[in-house]
Structure formats: C-alpha cells, structure tokens
Design a protein around this ligand. Structure first.
Ligand SMILES: C[S@@+](CC[C@H](N)C(=O)[O-])C[C@H]1O[C@@H](n2cnc3c(N)ncnc32)[C@H](O)[C@@H]1O
Length: 273
C-alpha cells in the first residue's frame, strides 16, 4: 500500500469530512450516555503542512490555508480546532486529522479506538494520541477490528475513511456497516468517499442502503466540478448513518463554503431511507 495522507491533509475533502465529524460528535454527545468511537482508517493524526509531501501536492492551499484566512462561520468548529493545534499561530503549519479531533472531543467515560494498518503511520499516531484517557490505537486492519470493538448495547460512532486504493473498499464498507448494525443497532457512522463517477457512487449507495436497512442515511456531496472524468477525484461525499436530526443545514453550509466560487461546483445534502 502506498497511500500517505500527508499529501492530502487539509485539502477541500478533509475540510468537508472534519467539519462534519465535529458536528456529528457534538450532536451525539447531546446524549449523556458514554460514546465509543471506532476509527477504521485513522492515519497518523497530525500532519506537517510544511513537510515535503504537503508541499509537493500543495493541496492544503485551497483547503485549510484558505479556511484559516477566511474563518467562515460555517466551519467555525474546525477553524477553532486548527487554531488550537497551531497554538493560535496566524498561519497554520499543522493540520489535525480525525484522531486528534476525536481524542480532543472525548468526555470522561467516552472511549476511542484508532486503527491504522501502516506501521510507520501507526507509530506517529501512537505518539500523537499517547497518554490520553480512554484512547487506544491499534496497528492492524480496521475493517476486521471494528465489529469486535463495539459496545453492543451502547452508543457507538464508527468512522470509515479508506484510501480507496483497493477495488473492494466499497464492498467492505457495506459489509462492515451491515455487520455492525446487526450487533449494535445504536451505532452511527461517518463514511468518506471520493466522487469520481455517478455509477460507482450510486451502486455503493444502493448496496449500503440494503446492508443497513432500516437505518436512515444522510448523504453530503461536495462536487468540485461535473463528474465528467472518472479517473479524477471530482469531489467527495460523506454518508452518515443513524445520525441525530438537525445536521442537514450545518453540513450544507459547510459544503457550500468549500465548493463556493468554483465553476461547475455544487454541494448537496440529502436523505435516503
Ligand atoms: C484517508 S487516510 C486516513 C485519514 C484520517 N481518517 C483522517 O481523516 O485524519 C487512510 C489511512 O488508512 C490506512 N489504511 C489503509 N487500509 C487500512 C486498513 N484496512 N485498516 C486500517 N488502516 C488502513 C492508510 O495507511 C491511511 O493512513
């Protein structure tokens, strides 16, 4: 496996994902019951925007750098978190990934398991998360570990964010979601996807809907350009399963800001099931 999230950290797709993650965590924590968060594809947790990989791709410029310059209300939670990760510096040089954001949001009694398959990424992740109460990381296959780690009677959030380098990533997501809901029906999910072509996206949504029935799905699409060339990442999407009510408007506002000003771009939030 070659995927390194350091090339993409803080890009437009991370903004959509992490703004939604913070909103979802906040909404789930309105319930007093402890929350167990399981992150199947954690990455290394904190990314150096001045490092060679981020500098080579330049993707953060149109993402977190633009966001921190504009400080939009629609991405206020994420802007605050990035500012904290950078000790309040005017220009960000660190981008906090899902593990950093989740660990920071935990309440006493909440727990977090972060799975990462690549040993060097996991070593960095363990350093970033080290010593936080309720937090554990594991170097291994998150698809295989997630169902085992659930609290079957309690409230869980499963975050699924694969690199999509393998053709079976879509199938494994749908299979895992079905297995998890059979064991722990009170589980919410945040799933990230690249948007390349409509056929792949629609087929995945149909499979996911079948696997998760009757749980409701909320879909967020941030199309950066028309889905014309299936070899390109033309945008990104999120699927939230069993998410609390009231997230449509804030997620639409966040995706609207990310896609604003790009010719042919559009953002949509819609329900399924
Ligand atoms: C998109 S990155 C994760 C970014 C992270 N979720 C975030 O938002 O900060 C995907 C990560 O999944 C890891 N990975 C790939 N296949 C995996 C698997 N089966 N189980 C666990 N981790 C995996 C990759 O090494 C990579 O670090």
């Amino acid at each position: 496996m070659n995927y390194r999230h350091a090339f993409h950290a803080g890009n437009f797709a991370d903004l959509v994902k992490h703004a939604a993650l913070l909103r979802l965590l906040d909404a789930l924590q309105a319930d007093q019951a402890p929350l167990r968060v399981i992150d199947t594809h954690a990455g290394s947790g904190l990314y150096d925007l001045h490092g060679p990989q981020a500098q080579r791709s330049g993707e953060a410029q149109a993402g977190v750098v633009r966001m921190m310059a504009a400080r939009p209300d629609a991405l206020n939670d994420l802007t605050q978190a990035v500012a904290t990760a950078n000790d309040g510096a005017a220009e960000p040089w660190l981008y906090p990934g899902s593990p950093w954001l989740i660990a920071r949001a935990l309440r006493p009694g909440d727990t977090y398991l972060a799975c990462e398959m690549q040993a060097d990424e996991h070593a960095r992740l363990a350093e970033v998360l080290g010593g936080r109460p309720g937090v554990r990381s594991l170097c291994g296959d998150g698809f295989a570990e997630a169902a085992r780690a659930l609290d079957p009677k309690g409230r869980n959030l499963v975050v699924i964010d694969p690199p999509f380098e393998k053709a079976d990533d879509y199938d494994r997501i749908a299979i895992l979601a079905g297995e998890v809901l059979a064991r722990a029906p009170r589980t919410a999910f945040l799933i990230w996807l690249p948007l390349k072509d409509l056929e792949t996206f629609d087929a995945f949504l149909r499979d996911l809907e079948d696997a998760c029935e009757p749980a409701p799905l909320l879909v967020v699409e941030a199309r950066m350009r028309p889905l014309g060339d299936p070899m390109k990442m033309n945008g990104c999407a999120l699927v939230l399963i069993n998410s609390p009510e009231g997230l449509e408007a804030p997620l639409q506002a966040a995706a609207d800001w990310v896609t604003a000003g790009k010719p042919g771009a559009e953002a949509r939030v819609w329900s399924l099931g």
